[in-house]
Design a protein around this ligand. Structure first.
Ligand code: HEC
Ligand code: HEC
Length: 323
């Protein structure tokens, strides 16, 4: 195993045990997180040769310097094609039960090979990519070390990218320290914000548990010029119209703009949205209602969310690309 970062796990004080991180990120039996797999996956993640233009890597959009996202409202892909949705962070994505805003992939292994082939993203032909990787000696060595005897295939590319992404995690936050009993770790405002988060603000209904998500899909009544049906495109259940996956709130200050369409630039704007109880009432989640928050309470909620930031965000070095 390779994870040596302090995730923020430990023993919580009463009432806060739901919120502490587990010790490690789970991995499937046939793709345990080994040093060799992570090394290979990291090289692939940062390698623009994965795209047909040889200009776009996964890290172009999931940039470690921008909270493993891109700082844009919606992503820019192949030939600057503007995508319809915002790039989510890949921090803690190893804990997700669903991948993508609409949950259309279940596992990271399955997810990883999607963007490589998507016309609007990396626009790559998988057969060609496998051919190209096979003539790079450095990759042959890395694949053999990571997946002995399995060769370079769509499957091993997906597995390696997944293994690397399981190491991209948030680290201990001041909130975690407080949840473990250090009373002075967060401000009085952040403490009041936590109370609102669980109480009057009703945030915890959806942002529950250590990763602050229920792995569920909800329609928050966002105003959109072209309505995106979200989860409904995948499962034709009426309540899923315009519903999107609840994102994590850890390291959330690093990943603005917010929401699946990047429509809000600040956490204050997000809190105002909830305070209004959403804007579009059609198909709105029954858990969205006007909150009647005071100015101070809104600031407190933001202070609480800021306390979820990693004290020392995961640092990463850009790898030398295999030759
Ligand atoms: C052009 C920009 C772009 C590139 C390149 C890109 N992504 Fe993404 N990524 C996105 C966008 C946008 C989404 C959300 C799409 C959606 O939900 O419909 C996404 C979603 C994801 C998710 C789901 C995260 C979650 O919590 O739901 C993962 C994981 C991910 N990408 C990994 C990768 C990997 C691995 C690569 C390289 C093989 C990659 N991405 C390349 C823009 C990009
Ligand atoms: C009904 C479930 C639900 C409730 C209640 C809820 N959220 Fe959310 N939250 C979501 C979903 C789903 C999204 C993504 C929605 C989208 O993009 O369409 C989201 C997005 C966010 C985001 C943006 C994160 C990002 O990375 O884009 C923040 C911040 C946030 N919520 C904070 C809060 C706060 C604070 C509260 C309480 C005042 C709250 N949420 C209540 C489900 C909920």
């Amino acid at each position: 195993m390779i994870l040596t970062v302090t995730l923020g796990s430990g023993v919580a004080v009463a009432g806060k045990s739901d919120y502490l991180m587990p010790d490690a990120v789970p991995a499937p039996k046939d793709n345990q997180t080994t040093v060799e797999r992570v090394q290979l996956g990291k090289a692939l993640f940062f390698d623009p040769r994965l795209s047909s233009s040889n200009w776009i890597s996964c890290a172009t959009c999931h940039n470690p310097a921008l909270g493993w996202s891109d700082g844009l409202a919606t992503a820019l892909g192949h030939e600057m094609h503007k995508l319809a949705r915002a790039t989510p962070t890949i921090l803690n994505t190893g804990f997700n039960k669903f991948q993508f805003w609409d949950g259309r992939a279940r596992t990271l292994e399955e997810q990883a090979v999607g963007p490589i082939q998507a016309a609007g993203e990396m626009n790559q032909d998988m057969g060609e990519l496998i051919g190209e990787l096979n003539i790079i000696d450095g990759y042959k060595v890395l694949f053999e070390a990571a997946y002995p005897g399995e060769g370079i295939s769509e499957e091993t590319i997906g597995k390696a990218l997944a293994a690397f992404q399981r190491t991209v995690v948030t680290t201990e936050s001041t909130f975690d320290l407080w949840a473990k009993g250090d009373e002075g770790a967060i401000s009085p405002s952040a403490k009041r914000g936590f109370e609102l988060f669980e109480g009057k603000g009703r945030c915890v209904i959806c942002h529950s548990g250590f990763n602050f998500t229920d792995d569920g899909f909800h329609n928050l009544g966002l105003k959109e010029d072209v309505p995106d049906m979200g989860r409904y495109n995948i499962r034709k259940v009426a309540v899923l119209r315009g519903a999107f996956k609840t994102p994590t709130l850890r390291d959330v200050t690093l990943t603005a703009p917010y929401m699946h369409n990047g429509m809000y630039n600040t956490l204050e704007e997000v809190v105002d949205h909830y305070d209004r109880g959403g804007d579009v009432k059609e198909h709105l989640s029954p858990n969205m209602e006007p909150l009647g928050l005071t100015q101070q309470e809104r600031a407190d909620l933001v202070a609480f969310m800021e306390s979820l930031d990693s004290i020392e965000p995961l640092s990463t070095t850009i790898p030398h690309l295999p030759q």
